[in-house]
Design a protein around this ligand. Structure first.
Ligand SMILES: [Zn+2]
Ligand SMILES: [Zn+2]
Length: 289
């Protein structure tokens, strides 16, 4: 079945099968979102160890950017499933971009359509429970466990340091943790154990929720056709601030203009968001410094 880009956006992927390469159960949140929104079928491909493309636990460094790895995953899934449509997902962790104080997670869910020559990326970001602690006694873990949401969020333990290759992942109960700590302390030369949050999707509900938001962002983009060529994925590519303050009339950081761009043709539109609209003085740096 081939598809016609001029068809209604909701029916473009109707009944089509889209591959999703994942080893860590990301289909749990990605498949329902896209299947509901596009009436497609998501075919999970797990016959490839995505850890080969990089792990968060430093055994295998990620080669390429987050976007490149998401694309690579989509491609591998499409090849294994023999499909022209595919999804790949990749996350990254670091300090938040605003103040650099909160552990932050950015997720991409990338869609490829080889028939239309289309690549569309759903993006979401949010707070993460990413944390690590070097301990010399199991009692030192009490606050840490509460803070990172153990046991709903799983843990990783290894002896001595964050780079030790002896590692236990996916620790999800108090008794597993006690055993893991005993194991690691018995191996440690310095009497120390490194504990960190497991960031793999299926062990970390906070991350899974951000992946779901990225899938929703992708679904919204795919459901929006270009006004010129009807290709899905017509979306905001630039949003600029400068909306005038209702009190002093000065520019604020509130959005004033949006540029929408087609993923396929050269069509763009500039949308003026300021018509009849003023910014809340509470958001104005002059009125509310
Ligand atoms: Zn003002
Ligand atoms: Zn277009």
């Amino acid at each position: 079945m081939s598809h016609d880009p001029a068809a209604a956006p909701s029916s473009l992927y109707l009944g089509r099968t889209i591959s999703l390469l994942t080893k860590h159960e990301k289909q749990r949140v990605i498949a329902p979102v896209l299947e509901t929104s596009l009436s497609c079928e998501v075919n999970t491909v797990s016959a490839f160890d995505t850890d080969q493309l990089g792990t968060f636990t430093r055994e295998i460094a990620r080669e390429g950017t987050q976007l490149e790895v998401a694309r690579k995953k989509a491609r591998i899934g499409m090849r294994i499933a023999g499909l022209p449509l595919g999804l790949g997902s990749e996350g990254s962790f670091g300090p938040d971009p605003m103040l650099g104080l909160i552990p932050w997670n950015v997720e991409f869910v990338l869609f490829l359509d080889d028939e239309l020559g289309l690549e569309i990326v759903g993006v979401a970001q949010g707070k993460s429970n990413f944390a690590a602690l070097l301990i010399s006694h199991p009692d030192e873990l009490q606050d840490f466990k509460d803070r990172v949401g153990f046991p709903t969020h799983q843990l990783i333990v290894r002896p001595d340091s964050e780079d030790d290759t002896r590692i236990l992942k996916g620790i999800s109960t108090e008794s597993e943790l006690a055993e893991a700590l005993q194991w690691a302390f018995s191996l440690s030369l310095a009497g120390r154990v490194h504990v960190e949050t497991d960031l793999r999707a299926h062990t970390n509900p906070t991350r899974m929720a951000v992946i779901k938001s990225a899938a929703e962002d992708l679904a919204t983009k795919l459901a929006t056709p270009c006004p010129a060529c009807s290709t899905p994925g017509y979306t905001v590519t630039t949003r600029s601030g400068g909306l005038r303050c209702a009190d002093c009339g000065g520019p604020t950081d509130e959005p004033c203009q949006e540029i929408h761009t087609c993923a396929k043709c050269a069509f763009t539109e500039t949308i003026d968001l300021s018509k009849g609209k003023m910014a809340d003085p509470g958001k104005c740096k002059r009125c509310n410094p």
